[in-house]
Design a protein around this ligand. Structure first.
Ligand SMILES: Nc1nc2c(ncn2[C@@H]2O[C@H](COP(=O)(O)OP(=O)(O)OP(=O)(O)O)[C@@H](O)[C@H]2O)c(=O)[nH]1
Length: 321
């Protein structure tokens, strides 16, 4: 970063500098006359960014990375073009320019020391107004970036908690949430029931209609289950062709009714939307268990599993407790 001259001896005009728009050009030019102009070759970094200084691009362009000190640097880079500035915030709160500033092409920069910026703010309402406007714009941009990151974070969180084939909650979600729901139910003395569901002869279904049709069937079964539940119930893909329903505040009798309803709706489900194809049907076997006092999630799941096994043994397409 070589100094190649001063603002006063350069061909650049105050009118070229966004930050000084609307200020008295003559007074400003006088104040800036001794400020250094430095040249930055392509790819060079603003080397003394440890100081609070304002840089105005006169020619070329700068890339400014997000704040590297906060650990929030996610590769977001803003471009600073001729007339624009960087470092206002560092000057205002008297901290170093902690972000990485690099020349994206050969550039010339006007360097204004913090003390001079403050003096100019004292002397010029126009500069103060421009700075406020610029900061307000930067805050809005930073907020928008945060919102985008939040949305992205939420998107990935959803991805990691939902099964990609069926859209139901996955095992990771279950492992996290079921113990919490059980603890709440135990604490409040509230009932909680589980329904384990296993699609019947699913291997045969796959062998007869093909694996993609098997996927369609799984999706159809999941849709049936999800659509039949209250907003307070939860549907989970427990494993391959095994689903689970968690019914908070539901005793065994009610859970049995829910399972019967699901069983009936499943056998009525349309697997293929294309009516020209022969209509294969799917059925499921259902095991119901209601939380016993002092019981933990493993014991409850094991009882629902045992009930499911009985439903299979008794001929499938049915509910057992
Ligand atoms: N298409 C498809 N098939 C799956 C998926 N996950 C598991 N399966 C199949 O589900 C079948 C389960 O077979 P089994 O465990 O033998 O049980 P079943 O044939 O359903 O017989 P029963 O449970 O005794 O009624 C296997 O053939 C798996 O390949 C999936 O995501 N998509």
């Amino acid at each position: 970063m070589d100094q190649i001259g001063t603002f006063g001896a350069s061909p650049y005009q105050v009118e070229d500098l966004q930050l000084f728009a609307g200020t008295n050009a003559e007074t400003t030019a006088r104040a800036l006359a001794d400020c250094a102009i430095v040249r930055l070759p392509l790819g060079a970094r603003v080397a003394d960014s440890y100081r609070a200084r304002l840089y105005i691009v006169l020619r070329g362009a700068l890339d400014v990375e997000a704040d590297t000190s906060s650990g929030l640097n996610d590769g977001t880079v803003s471009k600073i073009l001729p007339g624009e500035s960087v470092g206002e915030q560092a000057v205002l709160d008297d901290t170093a320019n902690l972000f990485a500033i690099t020349a994206s092409e050969e550039s010339e920069l006007l360097v204004i020391e913090a003390e001079l910026v403050w003096r100019l703010i004292d002397e010029s309402n126009g500069l103060a107004r421009n700075l406020l406007r610029l900061l307000s714009f930067r805050i809005r941009a930073a907020n928008a970036l945060l919102r985008r990151r939040q949305k992205l974070g939420e998107f990935y969180r959803q991805l990691s908690l939902n099964d990609s084939l069926t859209g139901l909650y996955n095992r990771a979600w279950l492992n996290d949430m079921l113990p919490k729901m059980i603890a709440t139910a135990q604490r409040n003395g509230a009932p909680l029931s589980l329904v384990m569901i296993d699609l019947d002869h699913f291997k045969r279904f796959n062998d007869t209609h093909g694996h993609p049709a098997g996927d369609d069937a799984l999706r159809a079964a999941s849709d049936v289950v999800a659509a039949a539940l209250r907003p307070t119930d939860f549907a989970v893909r427990y494993g391959g062709e095994e689903l689970m329903v968690i019914l908070p505040d539901t005793n065994e009798q009610l859970a049995l009714m829910v399972a019967e309803r699901l069983c009936w709706r499943l056998q009525e489900a349309v697997v293929f939307g294309d009516m020209r194809l022969p209509l294969p049907h799917i059925t499921g076997s259902f095991g119901v268990a209601c939380l016993a006092p002092g019981e933990n999630e493993d014991a409850l799941v094991a009882r629902a599993d045992a009930a499911l096994y009985r439903a299979k043994q008794d001929g499938r397409n049915r509910v057992a407790v």
